[in-house]
Each structure stands twice: as C-alpha cells, then as structure tokens.
Design a protein around this ligand. Structure first.
Ligand SMILES: Cc1ncc(COP(=O)(O)O)c(C=O)c1O
Length: 448
C-alpha cells in the first residue's frame, strides 16, 4: 500500500475518494457485476441506475464478470464434444478438481495436496467427522461455540447421537457449548483454553468457526489449535466466514481438518462447491475410517474398477464422486482473482476498510449519543475479518428496511443485528462512507 493508503481517516467523502484512488486493489472491482439500486431496491427514488452499496459478501459474494463465459465455455464444450470433453474441453473435465487445487490451497494457507473442492459445507463437516470424531465412552464430547451456526449444531448433535449407542455415552450431554462471560458477547481465548485445560479428558473434538457468523469475532486459530492438540483433542475448523476473509495458515497452524463454503467471500455463486482441508500428517494413514467413493481412490488404480478401495494420499481421498464441472468453473474464476490480488494484500486492505467503517460509526456515536450504534464485533483487527455486527437503536428492523430502500444491501439477524461486510476485492471506501452516512440518516429519521 502507498503512504496515501495509510493516511489518518477523515469523515468527509473526499477522504473516501482519495483512499479509493490510492488503493492498489481498486481495479478488481471492475471484475465484478455490482447490482444496480433499481434491481435490489425497486422502490428507491434516488440514483436507480447507480451500483448499490453491497456489504453482504459475507452471505453471498458478487459474481465475477468472467464467470458467465467460463460456464458458457463448459456448456459449449459439452455441446460440441460430448464425452470427449473429459479430455479435450478447454478446461478438461477429468482433472477439473485438480485445476483449482493450487489456488484453493493458497487462499487457506495449505499444501496443495491438503485441500479438495467438493460437495457443500455441512456435507464436508460430516464426511470429515466420520474420520476425525472417534468417540469413546470416556472421551466423546464435542466443543462448539454456543453461538455456532445452526447447521454446525445439528451436525455435531447428530454425530454424537450416531455414535452414542455403540460407544456407550449420553448424546444429550455430549456437546459442550462455549458461552461468553456474563455481560459479554464474544469469547475470550483465555477462557477457551481454560475450558480445554479443565475438560480435556472428556473432549474428543473441538469444532469452532474461524469467524463467528453472528458476532464477526475471528478466533486465534493458531493458539487454540496448538493448545487443544497438545491435550490430545482432535481439532476441526468451520471456515465458512474465514476462507477468503482472513489470511489463513492452515498447514502451519496444524488443525486436523477444516471445511468451508465458497459462496460467501469466495464468490463462487449460490450453493457453490465447498472446500475441505486435511492436514498432511493424516494423508498417508489408510487406517482412518472414512466413507469412500471412486474419486477418493488412488487415480493410478481407479480405472481398474476393482472393489478394493485404495485411498489416494491427499485430501482427495475424502472425495466421493467425479468432479462437478459446472460448479467448479465459477470457483476456478474466483480463485484466479484471489491469486492475482494475493491474500496478504487483500487482508491489508480489509483491515483498513473495516477500521474505516468502525471510525465512521464512532463518529456517528460521538455526534448522536442518543442513537448510538453498538458494535458487537471485537475492535481488535486481529479478532475480526471484514464484518462488523451492529446492534441498531430503536426499531432495528425498520432501520434495516430503510437501509434497503436506499440501495444498501446488508443483512439482518434476529433480534436487532445488522451485519455489514466491506470486502476488499470489490468494496470501496466510497461504499463504506455511503453506508455510514445513510445509516446515520436513517437512525436520525427513526428518532424524529
Ligand atoms: C458458519 C457456517 N457453517 C455452516 C453453514 C452451512 O453451510 P451449507 O449450507 O453450505 O452447508 C453456514 C452457512 O452460511 C455457515 O455460515
């Protein structure tokens, strides 16, 4: 980043314009379709043809312009080549999952053979728990955040219920939910480590979100993983809100496994193909229990078509089926943009964009203490990614609807939280400025 990109924040729109002009990643915005105000807010009366203020890349990332052509290419290859496309398509289908591997590994800080793109997130969590949740009567508990995404709660509850009759434990007491201290909304690392110290003898698996979907809190993946592994606990991470958001170092941090989706920060479209990571130390272990399918078999022997499964020594061993080409094309395009931009540069811009949002909200709170916005997300940049979770004063749902009507796209979580996530690939400082000033105006109207 240039010096201008480090200048102290100011409240006026000139600052945002200058920051965008100095942003070395600004050109990436042009690689995305930004929805127009008229399409996302049909009732909006001002600037209907302008791009909306899109701050919901933590839910569904925007579509890269190159995605349409990439998909059309696959369809054209199918139309013209039929089955020959497996080897002669522009991006041959047979090794389609191989083509995304290096860039996928780059985004999450893994070795290429530690990652695979497959299935969807909850499916991958289950497949990985088949291998890495190995409960016994004495040691069977699973630690998650109390505020975990519901799908994770369902996944661990159902895994515990599945094993309980055979292992001989009570599934109703198998999931240990981490709660914040009284009066606090986020978890303290020291408290997580203390729980591990206190309860480790009964804990089989720790499965946390890298970034909590609700509060936006980013966990200290390195410290928590190290501590839990040292106590003999298997460690997995749900990186739905962390992949493409934080500068992850999965190989070095050493969790046993991780999984993430690609429709949020990884911009690969609704229901996009997900990712999975298995640490290198497990890849040669053929004794691990797992659910197997032919695309997990060693490619050297796959087409001998024998009934004996020989897992390949990579994360592909967890892959069941042949690669879904139409799902992989958008991921390939998006990961190409991540590779060009580089996670360190993206994270540097992200820290600054989100700090700018926090600065503008502070300014609003100073000027209007009676309608102050409370930020649930930690103020320490190391403990958050792009997203800030905001508790709005007064009728938060009405304020959210008023934001929508003004072309702001963010989201609402019951009972009163608006989540706003400026993402470094396509959000601008001007977007952040627009959001903060529209929000301030909306809250003033609500108070009038
Ligand atoms: C943290 C987290 N875990 C799990 C899921 C479920 O993802 P999927 O529907 O892709 O399985 C989500 C979805 O948003 C999520 O945010």
């Amino acid at each position: 980043m240039t010096d201008a990109a480090h200048a102290p924040f100011h409240t006026g729109p000139d600052f945002a314009r200058a920051a965008d002009a100095a942003d070395p990643l600004a050109a990436f915005r042009a690689h995305f379709h930004i929805p127009r105000v008229r399409d996302v807010a049909p009732s909006a009366t001002t600037n209907p043809d302008a791009p909306c203020t899109y701050l919901v890349g933590n839910s569904l990332g925007l579509m890269p312009r190159a995605t349409r052509d990439a998909l059309t290419q696959e369809l054209d290859d199918w139309a013209s080549l039929g089955v020959e496309g497996h080897f002669h398509a522009a991006h041959p289908w047979f090794p389609a999952h191989e083509e995304v591997r290096a860039n996928l590994a780059g985004v999450v800080g893994a070795l290429p053979r530690e990652v695979v793109a497959m299935n969807s997130l909850t499916t991958n969590l289950h497949l990985l728990m088949v291998s890495f949740y190995r409960p016994t009567r004495e040691r069977h508990r699973i630690v998650i955040e109390d505020a975990a995404f519901p799908s994770d709660s369902y996944a661990v509850n159902s895994q515990a219920a599945f094993h309980a009759p055979h292992a001989g434990f009570d599934p109703a007491r198998a999931v240990l939910r981490l709660t914040p201290r009284e009066g606090e909304v986020t978890l303290r690392t020291e408290d997580i480590l203390a729980t591990i110290d206190r309860e480790h003898a009964s804990i089989a698996l720790l499965l946390l979100g890298g970034v909590n979907y609700y509060t936006g809190q980013a966990f200290d993946i390195a410290a928590i993983t190290r501590h839990a592994l040292a106590k003999g606990i298997t460690v997995g991470w749900d990186l739905a809100h962390a992949a493409g958001n934080l500068a992850l170092r999965l190989h070095d941090d050493g969790p046993d496994f991780a999984a993430w989706c690609s429709y949020k920060y990884l911009n690969s479209g609704p229901g996009a193909i997900a990712g999975a990571f298995v640490h290198e130390r497990h890849l040669a272990d053929r004794s691990l229990p797992r659910f197997a399918g032919w695309w997990g078999n060693d490619p050297a022997t796959r087409f001998r078509m024998t009934p004996d499964f020989v897992p390949v020594a990579s994360a592909d061993a967890w892959q069941l089926s042949n690669p879904p080409v139409l799902a992989l094309a958008p991921l390939r395009v998006s990961l190409g943009l991540f590779a060009q931009a580089g996670m360190p540069a993206l994270r540097a811009k992200s820290i600054r964009l989100t700090a700018y949002l926090a600065f503008l909200l502070d300014d609003h709170n100073r000027r209007h203490p009676s309608r102050a916005v409370r930020v649930l997300t930690p103020s320490d940049p190391a403990q958050r990614g792009c997203q800030l979770s905001l508790v709005l004063p007064g009728d938060a749902r009405a304020a959210f609807r008023a934001l929508q009507a003004r072309g702001v796209v963010c989201d609402f979580r019951e009972p009163d939280v608006v989540r706003a996530a400026p993402v470094p690939l396509y959000s601008s400082f001007a977007d952040v400025h627009a959001f903060a000033s529209i929000l301030s105006g909306v809250l003033a109207e609500g108070a009038a």
